[in-house]
Design a protein around this ligand. Sequence first.
Ligand SMILES: [Zn+2]
Length: 205
Amino acid sequence: MPMNATSNSLPLLPGVLQGLPDGPLKQSLETQEHHAIWELLEAVTDPEIPVVNLREMGILRAVRQGPNGLEVVITPTYSGCPAMGQMEDDVANALSQAGVAARVITQLAPAWSTDWMTPEGRDKLRAYGIAPPVKSACAAAANAQVVSFATRKVAGKGLVERETVACPQCGSDNTTEISHFGSTACKALYRCLKCMEPFDYFKPY
Ligand SMILES: [Zn+2]
């Protein structure tokens, strides 16, 4: 599996062309196809953030009938993510332990976006002490009522724009980035200047 397959490719096709839904996936209803499998996979959590499951992270994209049987499609948070192989194994193990014959397919395009995280996933992240990603401006405009962690953009140096990241402990906007790379490459290390607690910020992309 190429670890960086998407970096030099053409502009990504919209998810609908790939047969995958764009955006966050809701919990499945009993009347929906493959409901039992969706329910089973609710127990599979993010290897790095065990309080959030793969659907809430937007990593689990589809359960569908393929030409050779059932397929479970996952899109890892980013193609260089060290947890990528583990997520695939975790899904495969959950399926085989339940006696479900299904293939796990890792699909890299369209690329995963932090906008695919569900609102409950963001709440769980915050409760775990990680500031959830600030939504991209276009996604926020499209779904204004979801913006509970406001995106006050502060003009930085030159062309760099910086978002205001609220402290997950006390909610203060008075925070500062200490290091652009925190405990993992997808997080930045911040410090709250009000309660003085350091925290991880899940960077949007
Ligand atoms: Zn604070």
